[in-house]
Design a protein around this ligand. Structure first.
Ligand SMILES: [Zn+2]
Ligand SMILES: [Zn+2]
Length: 139
């Protein structure tokens, strides 16, 4: 039996299920993630599309193309950030704060620290990158 993780937006209109566990999790300090999350940084966990299923409120998911080929999704009703999607990739980032279960993994990297909020002091011993080496502009 594969593990199943579940998540939802703030108002509960959107609910989803991830089968088989999430991949790596990391923080992105870029200004777009900060704004999308309204927070010091965005934390995403990598998920393969084939592992992901919206179990409620597919029609409540709004999409915003924040840069060419990159789409962020969120709940139409409560505005909760849900996904970071890069066109043509087998995986996407799920906003880790929307998980309702403990996925068992912990953030192990942070990217775009060169773009971090001036009021945020970097903490922890996670592998830090000024930009996003080997990754797209964003997680
Ligand atoms: Zn919602
Ligand atoms: Zn970012």
């Amino acid at each position: 039996m594969s593990r199943i993780d579940t998540g939802s937006c703030l108002c509960g209109a959107v609910q989803y299920e991830i089968t088989g566990g999430v991949g790596e999790m990391g923080h992105c300090h870029c200004s777009m993630c900060r704004k999308a999350h309204g927070a010091a940084f965005g934390t995403y966990a990598n998920v393969n599309w084939e592992q992901f299923r919206v179990t409620k409120g597919e029609d409540m998911i709004a999409r915003y193309e924040s840069s060419p080929g990159t789409t962020r999704t969120f709940c139409k009703q409560c505005g909760a950030t849900l996904q970071f999607i890069t066109d043509g990739k087998k995986r996407f980032g799920i906003a880790a704060g929307t998980l309702d279960t403990d996925p068992g993994v912990r953030p192990n990297y942070q990217i775009w620290t060169s773009d971090k909020a001036p009021w945020w002091d970097l903490t922890g011993t996670n592998l830090s990158h000024d930009t996003a080496p080997g990754l797209e502009k964003n997680p």
